[in-house]
Design a binder for this molecule. Structure first.
Ligand SMILES: [Zn+2]
Length: 305
């Protein structure tokens, strides 16, 4: 555990979730990093010990399972994803406005037409060996379209789940091969991340994905260009209840309903029990309010009317 923490602090600062308030843009000199890491180490150890006591489906799923290397890798992956800091819809809108002013490329789909009472459901970070099938079952029972933005290496690990998603009529989007923050990579690596994930999905489904989503919603000119070079439309969201942090089912439901709006794209996660618990209620509420669930394809066409 301490070794993992040390690794996080010293070896992979760029792979950690970005918080623009807390992390300086420029890389610190290594000596300064060492000093800061030693100073923070006792606090960080306390934090990790505390965090290990918290319930969470992505960590809890490991209980009772043999502690082999593959499970460790999976667990590390989920821990990283769980700590991911997402951009809020307000931050996305502000960035879009800035980039429109400067002429930079922007994500092609952030919301659909505000004239239509349409919603699109999207689920990031799967496939997950325990939760994906349950999610598919709920969505099929409710008869709603959805898009799964999947991780390439997880798709490789659980190919049958991707096939099940396609068989059930859901669309599959590209969420990079290894779920890294693309803006922290050189432009060519961002391209490789997208291409490798699309290669995996083409092998599994026979088609390359049309839609992609950068982890954390973190993008810049190079990330948008990498998506376009791979023939994909970048999709963000309008509604983000932060379900990946397990805030409680009622909190997920409340936040989702609060942000529900015409042409809304809802960001949820595959691999969160609390999301599964509350999804039927969210769908029922939306329908009572007169919303219709549509595919990203419909949302994209509608946005251009
Ligand atoms: Zn993600």
């Amino acid at each position: 555990m301490v070794a993992d923490l040390w690794h996080t602090l010293m070896i992979t600062p760029d792979a950690r979730p970005r918080s623009t308030e807390l992390q300086p843009k420029a890389t610190r000199p290594i000596i300064q990093n060492v000093r800061v890491a030693w100073t923070l180490l006792p606090f960080a150890i306390c934090g990790v010990v505390f965090a290990s006591q918290l319930p969470g489906p992505r960590v809890a799923h490991k209980k009772g399972v043999a502690n082999n290397a593959a499970e460790d890798r999976l667990d590390q992956y989920w821990k990283k994803a769980q700590a991911e800091v997402y951009k809020s819809p307000e931050e996305i809108t502000a960035q879009q406005k800035r980039e429109l002013r400067t002429g930079s490329p922007i994500p092609e789909l952030i919301h659909g037409s505000t004239k239509r009472k349409w919603l699109a459901l999207t689920f990031d970070d799967g496939p997950h060996p325990i939760y994906t099938q349950k999610l598919i079952d709920i969505l099929k029972r409710e008869n709603v379209p959805a898009t799964f933005f999947v991780i390439g290496f997880m798709a490789e690990k659980y190919p049958d789940l991707i096939r099940d998603e396609v068989k059930a009529g859901f669309s599959i989007g590209n969420h990079t091969f290894s779920h890294v923050t693309l803006t922290h990579l050189p432009a060519s690596e961002a391209n490789t991340e997208y291409r490798a994930c699309s290669d995996v999905l083409q092998n599994l489904t026979g088609a390359r994905p049309i839609y992609c989503r950068p982890p954390g919603g973190d993008y810049d000119r190079d990330v948008i260009t990498a998506a376009r070079d791979n023939g994909m439309i970048t999709v963000l969201w309008t509604d983000d209840p932060g379900d990946f942090a397990n805030p409680g089912s009622h909190v997920i439901e409340k936040r989702t309903l609060q942000e529900m709006t015409n042409g809304g794209i809802i960001l949820l996660h595959d691999g969160v029990q609390q999301t599964l618990d509350v999804l039927p209620q969210i769908i029922a509420y939306a329908r009572r309010e007169g919303y219709k669930f549509v595919s990203l394809g419909d949302m994209y066409s509608g946005a251009r009317e």
